[in-house]
Every structure is written in C-alpha cells, then in structure tokens.
Design a protein around this ligand. Structure first.
Ligand code: TXA
Ligand code: MG
Length: 311
C-alpha cells in the first residue's frame, strides 16, 4: 500500500529509513515531484529505473542540500560559483566534471565522467536531504513517457502502489523541470530549458548557447517526453471543432495557461492542464502560441515534446 503523507518529523524519519534500506520515496521539489533514492547506492538507483519503467539508463540529476555538499562530488569553476550564488537553491542544474573521488553511483550518471547536480529550494526536499545527509538521485516521479507530476495526487495517479511513500508538499511552485546547463566546456550550453530563464543566466555569465531543435543532446533526453493520448497542435489561433483549446493570455477558452499572459504562471499550470485536457474521445488539443522568451522556452520545449509522435 502507498502512503500519501504530509510532512512531519515522523514522516521524515520514515523517509530516511526507506532510503537507508535502498528504497525510493516520492518527494516534492519546487519544479516537479521527484522519485528519490540514495545517490551513493547503485541498487537503490536501479530501483528508480524499475519503478519508472524507464527503458534505458538515462543519467539522473543529483540533489544536494547546499553548494558546499555539491562540491564534494563535482569540480566547480568560476561560472558555477557565480550561478550557484544567484540561483541556488532553485530550479537550475549544472553539468560539471565528476570528482575522481566521488562516491556517487556510476549508474546514476550512466557511467559518464560528468554529473548533473542541483540544490532544490522546496523546504521538504531541503529537510530530507539534510536529515539523510547523503545526496539523492531523483528524476520526475512518474512512469516513463508520461507527464511530470506537480502534486502528490499526480504522483499517485502515475505510480500508484509502485512507491510506498509519497510526501505531499502541495502543488509545485515552478511547474516545469529545472534548466540544465552544461558547464564542462569552454562555452556553456543550455541542454534543457527550464525553471530559470536563459536571459537570467546570460545576465550573470554572459552569452550561452541554447541547444536547438529536437535532437537528442543530453544523453537520454528523449524527444518524446510525454505525449497525450490525443493529437496535439501547437501555435493555433483558432481551434477546430471537437478540439479542446489551451489558451494563453486574454482569450476565450475554458483552459488557459495564464489569462494575464504571465509566463511563470503558465509554466506552473502547464503539466496540470495538459493532464486535465488529455481526455479520450476528444479530437485533439490545440494550443495557443506561447512567446519564445523567458520561461516560454521551457514551455514550448515541453509542448513540442508532447506534440511529437514517433514511430
Ligand atoms: O526539476 C528537475 O530537474 C526534476 C526534479 C525532480 O528535480 N528532475 C529531473 O530529473 O528532471 P531527470 O533525472 O528526469 O533529468 C535528467 C536529465 C536528463 O535529460 C539527462 O539527460 C540530463 O538530466 N543529465 C543528467 N546527467 C547528465 C550529464 N552528466 N550530462 C548531460 N545531461 C545529463
Ligand atoms: Mg521526467
């Protein structure tokens, strides 16, 4: 049986016991809910893939409670220092060189000599990582190729009894996954747009390249991340008969990402509304144009993935 539990000292204790025993726990972060396991335990990390039914071993993001803790596992440079000062804890993940003495599971990083690492801002994630004292590997807490969960109920709907503990931390604030920036080369590169806008990053470290198009660059970053059961059309001004319309900005539509045209609000609503609108029997989902700046990059990236059907 799965328990959905609000955060308390007892639940914290229970979560730590599960992690110590090599189990997985679904936890809230400020972006999406994560399926967490001890990042130093290969078997526990393997359990993440099994629970998610991931067909391949994508490298996972390692979650620490502080930059100081992160520095035990990866080699920081001046760009990482600057970005960490401004954005950590928060929705940005750095890909950095793995320290040769890092005790983290090689499975968690698919055997790469780099690691993706971030400090989540959610108080529950913070408290758990501090209490456990070891970093946690955590992809989104949903079955592979389904939509990322932004509430405990979403996690339960996707994973059901495949997890024994879901910690309820409410609806997530950011709503899309963290921005991933590769800092292993001379030119920093955004591998995945996310909760911190590219413009914000550029204001700190200057120009950064953004990985364009739908080619798979971050290893394991599948084009088709989530596809609803019905067809999706993007950049639509007027929906066709039988389509549900997902609006943005002031427009007539039952579903709207943000009536005021606020991209942060739209990101926070994106996964919840896509889930709500994925109704069998409808002709499809049409989505209004979303501006391609700020968090619009992350929103358009997730929409494009959702609309992509591969053979
Ligand atoms: O917001 C988030 O980042 C959420 C929450 C739960 O923290 N986590 C998340 O984790 O999205 P995950 O494991 O699903 O994201 C892994 C992504 C993959 O696209 C993977 O390819 C990339 O991070 N990644 C991991 N390690 C990498 C590495 N060493 N080099 C390049 N990309 C890497
Ligand atoms: Mg995911």
């Amino acid at each position: 049986m799965v328990a959905i539990a609000c955060f308390s000292p007892e639940v914290l204790h229970q979560a730590c016991a599960l992690l110590t025993a090599g189990g997985v726990v679904a936890i809230p972060t400020e972006t999406v809910y994560g399926l967490a396991a001890d990042a130093t335990n290969d078997k526990a990390v393997a359990k993440i893939y099994a629970v998610k039914q991931r067909p391949e071993f994508n490298p996972l993001i390692i979650h620490c409670h502080s930059a100081q803790q992160a520095k035990q596992y990866v080699e920081f440079d001046s760009r990482a220092e600057k970005l960490a000062d401004i954005f950590w804890p928060g929705p940005i993940t750095f890909v950095l060189k793995r320290r040769s003495d890092s005790p983290l599971s090689l499975l968690a990083s698919s055997g790469l000599d780099t690691l993706a690492i971030r400090i989540p801002a959610h108080p529950v994630a913070q408290a758990l990582i501090k209490a456990y004292s070891k970093p946690l590997a955590a992809p989104s807490a949903n079955l592979s190729q389904t939509i990322s969960p932004t509430s405990a109920i979403d996690v339960h709907a996707s994973l059901g009894n495949r997890v024994s503990l879901i910690i309820d931390g409410g609806q997530t604030r950011v709503g899309v996954e963290s921005t991933i920036i590769d800092l292993t080369e001379e030119n920093p590169k955004i591998l995945r747009p996310g909760g911190i806008a590219v413009e914000q990053i550029q204001s700190i470290i200057g120009s950064v390249e953004v990985e364009k198009g739908s080619r798979i660059k971050a290893p394991g970053m599948m084009v088709r991340h989530y596809a609803p059961s019905v067809p999706m059309r993007l950049n639509v001004a007027t929906p066709e008969n039988g389509e549900l319309f997902l609006g943005f900005g002031h427009m007539e539509s039952e579903y709207n990402l943000s009536l005021s045209g606020n991209l942060e609000e739209a990101a926070a609503n994106l996964f919840r509304l896509m889930r709500l609108m994925d109704q069998p029997g409808i002709k499809g989902i049409a989505v209004a144009p979303i501006p391609q700046h700020g968090l619009g990059l992350a929103i358009n990236d997730r929409l494009t993935r959702a609309a992509t059907r591969e053979g």
